[in-house]
Ligand binder design. Structure first.
Ligand code: PMP
Length: 390
């Protein structure tokens, strides 16, 4: 009699606190979160429909408008990582049968092609070699030819380290009635982004890069035109989880608040603090800090005989730096040595750059001179062990 004994018992959990090594994350993300952000996440939970929590959501929206440089009412956090922002953008802005031109110069363009096809889009991949960016002329020509409903561009291609310029793109889009979607997951906060002035209709980002919060919240915006597109869709948004009619209604876009999903209470406390830190530092200072340290990094690595992967200075992304692996050097051994000896993460390539580059992140809280110096020291040591340096 009595309750049966569970037959399945935990094999690895014991009654001891979780232990995690403390590492300096200088790869393409996540970077280390700011301590104030982490501290905020330990505060007591509120209900996701409690007025004090709505007040925090309002503050987050205020911080997002500053970070996006937009006066749009239609900003929020998508619950999920950068991919959730990407899927929300495609699911809501693209209708089945519509054409989308996708700037494709790395893994993110490839993924958007995949996603857009899943949502029934007619996908035109506008290809560029890894490390390159699209010229305004190439973009214009493609828009003229295909007259797409949507143009997708990735501002910071973290698989290649390329920085796509957005200047003039909105005018080219306007000429064809095309809406502009931009991925800023690894660029937002590190380089200028002017949501309104650049005519961006839909933008998504990620929490774990320059914003210096843990992964799990995707900053998101729609312009007035983007919202109009959403409200005038002929078809229902195919994803329930990412339907902005519903999520927007939770974030107060339509003058009330309705439950769609349980807001990520602790995660959003952290985002509130991360956005407060960005507002306190100011965007010009944040942009300049990243640019300056990017130059320090490249100079230090050049002194070791290493070269950037992206050929043109103006195409180089300052937040995720790609460095060519020299002939005969074992890139993975350098990565391993950096972790084992210096507790610092340097990453290898991804997608088209796998095995060809190292990637070094300068992400918000981690973008500090002492961290850049440690990365250079770790490279010097790793390259000596490979006999690339004496
Ligand atoms: N876009 C870009 C440019 C990225 O760098 C990343 C993450 N590396 C993503 C999208 C996807 O974000 P996540 O891994 O947070 O889903």
């Amino acid at each position: 009699t009595g309750e049966p004994t569970p037959e399945i018992v935990p094999s690895s959990l014991v009654d001891a606190p979780l232990k995690v090594p403390c590492r300096l994350l200088m790869g393409p993300g996540p970077g280390n979160a700011h301590p104030r952000v982490l501290a905020a996440q330990t505060l007591p939970l509120l209900g996701h429909m409690h007025p004090p929590f709505f007040a925090i959501m309002d503050e987050i929206q205020d911080g997002l408008r500053y970070l996006f440089q937009t006066a749009s009412k239609h900003v929020l956090l998508i619950s999920g990582t950068g991919h959730a922002g990407m899927e929300a953008a495609i699911a809501n802005m693209l209708e089945p049968g519509e054409t989308i031109v996708v700037g494709n110069n790395g893994i993110w363009g490839q993924r958007v092609c995949d996603l857009a096809a899943r949502y029934g889009g007619n996908v035109v991949s506008l290809d560029k070699e890894a490390g390159g960016t699209l010229s305004l002329k190439e973009i214009q020509d493609s828009l003229d030819q295909h007259k797409p409903a949507i143009l997708f561009l990735c501002q910071g291609e973290s698989s290649t380290g390329a920085h796509q310029s957005l200047a003039g793109v909105a005018d080219a889009c306007d000429a064809q009635g095309t809406l502009l979607i931009v991925d800023t997951v690894c660029s937002l906060g590190a380089v200028p982004f002017y949501g309104d002035a650049w005519g961006v209709d839909c933008m998504y980002s990620g929490s774990q890069k320059v914003i210096s919060a843990p992964p799990g919240a995707a900053p998101f915006m729609l312009s007035d035109l983007g919202l109009k597109k959403l409200l005038n869709r002929k078809t229902k948004v195919a994803s329930y989880n990412f339907d902005l009619n519903l999520i927007g209604d939770y974030w107060g876009w339509f003058g009330k608040r309705s439950y769609h999903h349980t807001g990520m209470v602790s995660t959003w406390y952290g985002m509130r603090e991360a956005l407060a830190l960005i507002s306190a530092e100011g965007l010009p200072s944040l942009w300049e800090r990243h640019r300056r340290l990017h130059l320090v990094l490249l100079k230090g690595l050049a002194a070791l005989g290493l070269e950037p992967f992206v050929k043109s200075d103006s195409d180089r992304l300052v937040s995720v730096n790609t460095i060519k692996v020299p002939e005969g050097v074992d890139w993975a051994a350098v990565v391993k040595n950096a972790m084992d000896k210096y507790n610092v993460e340097i990453a290898g390539g991804l997608g088209p750059t796998a095995g060809r580059v190292w990637r070094v992140g300068l992400l918000g809280y981690n973008a500090k001179l002492e961290n850049v110096e440690l990365v250079i020291t770790a490279f010097r040591d790793g390259l000596k062990q490979q006999n690339f340096l004496k």
